[in-house]
Design a protein around this ligand. Structure first.
Ligand code: URA
Length: 240
């Protein structure tokens, strides 16, 4: 579904007139929506769906596309709206961007790190559909030390109940004060996959952060902040 805007905004976005002038054009009966002349103000149209004409000529608006990388904090839901009214990742972006942005895939409420957001459905499809394998890297904090057997299990694939994961790349980054930090790259995106993989081999995840999706790195983006993806990142994720 495209963005819904007021008719005068649509006309302005098409470049045909300013919003003020567009209001006059509407009152003068020069504008029609899907073949019906509209003379009252305030009618809303959907970009990419409704056909708006001025003096019989079709006005085209292409919705500006946004591609965003967010460092999601714990305590935010990866959706546009939450049934329990908890804060959502879209709330963070909404303060700066006036478009219908939605998260690409999800991170758990209690997971932090890299989350992509966009208003481009094709982009979401390319990044989330299992047929386009998209590597994702996570930092996982667990209690205790990782055994060689546990690391090998991650590297060989783990049975998480309804699914056996494909071989993952896994390295121990640090082990101190009774905790271990593991970097793991997985090639699927099953629900709570990383937590379930560690649970399956006997470790409870104490902290989880996503650091990479395909070519996009979290880098030093501060927690709760976002940036635009570069053209190179967008093209790579789109398989171009
Ligand atoms: N795996 C999980 O367990 N949780 C996430 O949020 C992402 C991957």
């Amino acid at each position: 579904m495209g963005e819904i805007v007021r008719l005068q905004k649509y006309i302005a976005m098409s470049g045909a007139a300013s919003r003020r002038a567009a209001e006059v054009m509407i009152s003068d009966g020069r504008v029609s929506v899907n073949g019906e002349t509209v003379t009252e103000q305030g009618v809303k149209v959907e970009i990419g769906n409704d056909k708006v004409t001025l003096d019989g000529k079709l006005l085209r608006v292409t919705e500006k596309k946004y591609y965003i990388a967010l460092n999601k904090p714990i305590g935010y839901v990866s959706s546009v709206k939450d049934q329990f009214d908890r804060p959502t990742v879209v709330d963070i972006i909404k303060q700066d961007i006036d478009a219908r942005i939605f998260p690409v895939g999800r991170l758990d409420y209690d997971t932090e790190g890299l989350l992509l957001l966009t208003n481009d459905g094709d982009f979401t499809y390319r990044v989330t559909h299992p047929k386009f394998v998209m590597d994702k890297t996570y930092w996982v904090k667990v209690k205790g030390s990782m055994t060689i057997g546990a690391m090998n299990a991650l590297r060989n694939g783990v049975d998480i109940g309804d699914f056996v994961t494909s071989p993952a790349e896994a390295e121990i980054l640090d082990a101190a004060n009774g905790y271990s930090l593991i970097e793991i790259t997985i090639h699927e995106g099953k629900n709570r996959q990383v937590r379930r993989m560690f649970e399956a081999i006997g470790y409870e995840v104490e902290g989880l952060k996503r650091t990479r999706i395909g070519v996009v790195e979290l880098g030093n983006l501060p927690l709760g902040r976002w940036r635009y993806l570069t053209a190179h990142e967008i093209n790579c994720l789109m398989g171009k």
